[in-house]
Write a protein that binds this ligand. Structure first.
Ligand code: S3P
Length: 434
């Protein structure tokens, strides 16, 4: 895909598709509930479709009726043994959450994924599940992963690597395990699983103090089907937000965006850089915080972000790096180690592609330095994405300001935002299929 400069800015009222994290959970949790759940604004991206297919394979009746997904849940312990492998494509969320869930079922299953997912670490979820007596067959702690379903024992977990995927996989295992299990977190991770389980009537309690959060789950309590309206995805909105900020003559309004406080670091970071962003109409939707977001072209300054910000916005560093590339002063983003084990090594690809685009950028350990005062012309217009959707979208936005960039393997964008090209072009973007 070729991404070119935009001429008249990014404008209009833009509808962003449903949140990816909440969409996965909006398939998984209703499938485990008793009764029917109707899901609207579900993100129909490749990752979520793989999760839907997984539950269909395990006997859950899932129908698409008039833009809604109707899920006929089977209850906590009635999934059927799939008659073939469960293929999860590119989805780390699908892989970690299903590993937890399937380890407590009374059948064995095999999880597989694409090249990127098959290289991502699974030990982080396998190890804590093993403490509950979960059994796996794996040669290198990666996919393909055979999960030997069995009755698990309750456990008091302490999360070592801050990750909502690990936490959520464990919660799903504890849900189908007799007795009270606990999960202790010392860092903030997104809490969509806890919020949705509370809404579906799970026996789940949260104890919070200033530095830790304890989740108490009393297993084997059946869930009750509920309707869900999935809020729009802040992570997808972030590409349009930065496009509007860096291109002059821009003003956009993004409606119903999820601003869950465990996820909204990108807004804090951009405001720190001087972005003109306003939130309107803040309210709750199925216990999630949402708002309409208004963004105008802005002169940005660089900023320094500590490691603790990474917990609140890990998926947004590729697009934040693009914002930083057009600021009037340098930025330092610290503690980005987890970026190395996402859909690609994002830290390395941000640095490589910014350098190709003529932006001065360095990595020091887990820290990223961007100096927009030292810019040159594009050195190599090929953007290497390693099939990573967020790298592809972030550099499309960079080109909207700077000029022609050829985004390699841009079909990866359908992982999270299949209508990105159409939506961005309708707002004034200039993306061309090559
Ligand atoms: C996700 C959690 C995050 C995030 C991913 C989605 C989720 O991963 O990067 O895109 O839906 O739980 P980690 O929890 O491993 O950081």
């Amino acid at each position: 895909m070729l991404s070119k400069k935009t001429t008249f800015g990014i404008n209009g009222e833009i509808i962003i598709p449903g949140d990816k994290s909440i969409s996965h959970r909006s398939v998984i949790i209703p499938s485990l509930a008793n009764g029917v759940s109707e899901i609207s604004n579900l993100l129909m991206s490749d990752d979520v479709i793989h999760t839907i297919n997984a539950f269909k394979l395990m006997g859950v009746k899932i129908e698409e009726v008039k833009n809604k997904l109707i899920i006929h849940g089977l209850g906590l312990n009635s999934l059927k043994k799939p008659n073939k492998e469960i293929y999860l494509g590119n989805s780390g969320t699908g892989a970690r959450l299903l590993t937890g869930l399937l380890s407590s079922q009374n059948f064995s299953s095999l999880l597989t994924g694409d090249k990127s997912l098959s290289s991502r670490p699974m030990k982080r979820i396998i190890d804590p599940l093993t403490n509950m007596n979960a059994k796996f067959d794996t040669t290198n702690n990666k996919l393909p992963l055979k999960i030997i379903g069995s009755e698990l024992k309750k456990y008091n977990h302490i999360i070592k690597i801050p990750s909502a995927q690990i936490k959520s996989g464990l919660i799903l295992a504890c849900l189908n395990t007799k007795g009270k299990s606990t999960i202790l977190e010392n860092h903030i991770t997104r809490d969509h699983t806890e919020i949705m389980l509370g809404y579906f009537g799970a026996d789940i309690e949260i104890e919070k103090n200033s530095s830790t959060k304890k989740i108490l789950i009393n297993g084997k309590k059946e869930l009750i089907g509920k309707n869900i309206e999935v809020p729009s995805d802040l992570s997808s909105a972030a590409f349009l937000i930065v496009a509007a900020l860096i291109n002059s003559n821009s003003e956009i309004k993004l409606k119903n965006i999820n601003i869950n406080p465990t996820r909204n670091g990108i807004l804090t970071a951009l405001e720190l850089m001087g972005a003109n962003i306003k939130l309107e109409n803040t309210r709750k939707l199925n216990n999630e915080n949402i708002a309409d977001i208004i963004v105008k072209s802005s002169i940005l300054s660089g900023c320094e972000l500590s490691e603790s910000m990474a917990e609140l916005m890990i998926d947004e560093y590729p697009i934040l790096a693009i914002a930083a590339s057009f600021a009037k002063s340098p930025s330092i983003f610290r503690g980005l180690g987890e970026l190395k084990v996402k859909e690609s090594n994002r830290l390395e690809l941000i640095q490589l592609n910014l350098e190709r685009s003529g932006v001065d950028c360095k990595i020091n350990g887990d820290d990223l330095y961007i100096d927009p005062t030292k810019v040159s012309d594009i050195k190599n217009n090929k953007i290497k994405t390693n099939f990573d959707h967020r790298i592809a979208m972030a550099f499309s936005i960079l080109a909207s300001k700077k000029g022609d960039l050829l985004i390699e393997d841009s079909n990866s964008i359908s992982t999270s935002f299949p209508k990105f090209k159409e939506i961005f072009n309708n707002a004034g973007g200039n993306l061309i299929e090559t």
